[in-house]
Design a protein around this ligand. Structure first.
Ligand code: BG6
Length: 523
């Protein structure tokens, strides 16, 4: 097989044996080059890929944006940003120093095209520039179009790329398009967007991003389940009482009031990030780590969520909105007082939801999801609670002291996994203590800090779509939340704001579990 054909075929992520695989030559075209995402995540991730030796000599970055600036100005802006990140330990990019040689390597490969995203002529100029790079820089006709733009531009950019003949793969090179979140704002809009971009692109050319899948701990859910003989036999209704999935944040909406007023916690977090955690927890074992096998099983998992009837939304889903309070010892405003937020807003900043998975493995096991802003602590975790042991042997022990077994997957922060169980307290009587076996990533692995985008960008380059959303995954997610999206705006909440910033959420979320004798794990 020629090198060219090899690059055009869908790739495979390197496993332990081939850690130094370099991505194939390509030009990465970033639409939204002047935006926050490019600065905060894409560039730092590319820099980390350079230092890891993953980018080939024939790699080029083409920044596209409407801002009038020279490539020098673009590069300088990015350099300033990187220098600002270094040592600040604030934000996704963590480094004590910037490796000048690596940054220079990247800087030399940058070019900039000023363009309005709607302007069809601009795409001709982009095409000419890319053809030139193929000739002079060895980018081999492989193009990665990265849409770091507002979602209203997704369709337009894809349509214009098609019209300018930039996405055909007929000559043995590859053309791929990365689409950031949000992919639609409900089921009909997601379907329409899929239909529109699928007129221009083949499904295997589309990389729909969910940055949660770039997190090591999220990818590790599959390793934990399927690379160990221990867990999978227990991973079912016969042994599991219930599952809690939490994505709690201490941040509020910050400067994103305008976006959040159109979005809310449910749209922002649940059909995407929280469902990634859910589907990886619930899915059946795939027959391989092939992208289609994995994504097929994930889609089935979400499709198995019991559809909510309108009357059930009130019973099974709880919404909350933060009022003023204190978060991490600092006083903060309530949501309705945030900039660009209506003082009478009914947008939720918190969601809890009890759902059921209707399949043989999970029937009868409640899954409790919760996510929210300005909560007591930042904690993303999956907590699996096993059935309680029968009490006969320990009749004289208080039931509340009989801690059931929990398996806790700490996604972030303090990444790790803990198994909690009971042990005999040393002494003359049979007294039980609750103990934990704890694995912490930090103490086992010497992993370099990463933004989470490195794997995702690299995977696009090698053509591995496992960590990206297929059309059916996206639609299954929206389908499951659609009854709540329909119900809430039509039924104004009576009690907003119903939790204080810095608390653990609205009281009703506690009641959701309490009615079956359960309780949330503390935040
Ligand atoms: C984004 C949401 O997609 O994910 C944000 O729009 C949220 O509101 C963020 O804060 C959470 O991601 P992470 O990686 O910080 O947990």
């Amino acid at each position: 097989m020629s090198e060219r054909q090899d690059h055009a075929s869908p790739g495979r992520r390197p496993t332990t044996g081939d850690t130094a695989a370099v991505a194939p030559p390509c030009a990465m075209v970033i639409f939204g080059a002047g935006g926050d995402l490019t600065k905060r995540l894409v560039m730092p991730a590319l820099y980390n890929l350079v230092t890891a030796g993953r980018l080939p000599d024939g790699f080029r970055i083409v920044g596209v944006d409407h801002g009038r600036r020279t490539v020098e100005e673009w590069r300088q802006g990015l350099t300033d940003m990187m220098n600002q990140f270094v040592g600040s330990h604030d934000g996704e990019f963590q480094a004590d120093r910037l490796d000048k040689k690596a940054w220079q390597w990247l800087g030399e490969r940058m070019s900039y095209v000023q363009a309005e995203f709607e302007d069809a002529d601009a795409y001709k100029r982009i095409g000419q520039h890319l053809a030139e790079l193929d000739k002079t820089a060895g980018t081999a006709g492989n193009y990665l179009f990265y849409l770091a733009v507002a979602d209203r531009f997704f369709e337009t950019v894809v349509e214009r790329l098609g019209a300018a003949d930039l996405v055909g793969e007929q000559d043995g090179h590859w053309r791929r398009v990365v689409i950031e979140k949000p992919f639609g704002h409900d089921l009909p809009s997601a379907k329409a967007l899929n239909a529109s971009i699928l007129k221009v692109l083949q499904e295997q050319q589309i990389y729909r991003m969910d940055h949660f899948l770039g997190k090591e701990t999220v990818q590790n859910i599959m390793a934990l389940r399927f690379a160990n003989g221990l867990f999978e036999p227990l991973w079912r209704r016969e042994h599991i009482d219930h599952v809690q999935i939490t994505a709690a944040e201490t941040v509020g909406v910050e400067s994103r009031g305008k976006f959040y007023e159109q979005t809310g916690a449910l749209r922002d977090m649940v059909p995407n990030h929280v469902f990634q955690l859910l589907s990886l927890t619930v899915m059946e074992p795939p027959t391989s780590f092939d992208a289609e096998a994995v994504r097929g099983k994930k889609a089935e998992a979400i499709q198995a969520i019991r559809p909510l009837k309108p009357g059930w939304v009130e019973r099974d889903a709880v919404r909350g909105q933060y009022g003023p309070g204190t978060v991490l010892d600092k006083p903060v405003l309530g949501y309705r007082q945030e900039p660009n937020v209506s003082p009478t807003s009914n947008i939720e900043t918190y969601v809890a939801w009890k759902l059921q998975i209707d399949n043989w493995r999970w029937a009868g096991v409640p899954f409790y999801l919760r996510t929210g802003k300005h909560l007591k602590s930042r904690k993303t975790q999956i907590a699996i609670r096993f059935h309680q042991a029968p009490h006969a042997l320990f009749r004289d022990t208080h039931v509340e002291k009989m801690n059931p077994n929990w398996l806790i997957l700490r996604i972030q922060p303090d990444e790790g996994i803990a198994l909690q169980f009971a042990a005999k307290r040393p002494g003359l009587t049979m007294d039980l203590g609750n103990v934990s076996m704890d694995f912490s990533y930090k103490s086992y692995f010497d992993a370099k800090p990463s933004t989470g985008y490195e794997t995702l960008i690299y995977d696009c380059m090698i053509g591995d779509a496992t960590l990206f959303q297929r059309a059916d995954n996206i639609e299954a997610g929206w389908q499951a939340v659609q009854p709540i999206l329909d119900y809430w705006p039509a039924h104004a909440p009576k009690d907003f704001a119903n939790y204080a910033a810095g608390s653990d959420g609205p009281a009703a979320a506690g009641a959701l579990l309490a009615r079956s004798g359960r309780a949330w794990r503390p935040l």
